[in-house]
Design a protein around this ligand. Sequence first.
Ligand code: ZN
Length: 66
Amino acid sequence: MHTIRKRMRDAQRAFPLAQCGRCGGELYEGAAVWYLDGRRLCEDCTAAWLLEEFSACRFCCGEVRG
Ligand SMILES: [Zn+2]
């Protein structure tokens, strides 16, 4: 048996630097983070937050003629 050295750091051993203010997911170094509405959000929650914020602009296709 011999040792195989890893070239990339094992993400499972990485220590989270912060948590998402919406889902509570762990945020690691280098991860994309948005500060919206006074909270730190992960990428998935940012997309969901934006869709909720712009929900007043949401219509079904064919419902409004522009
Ligand atoms: Zn999140």
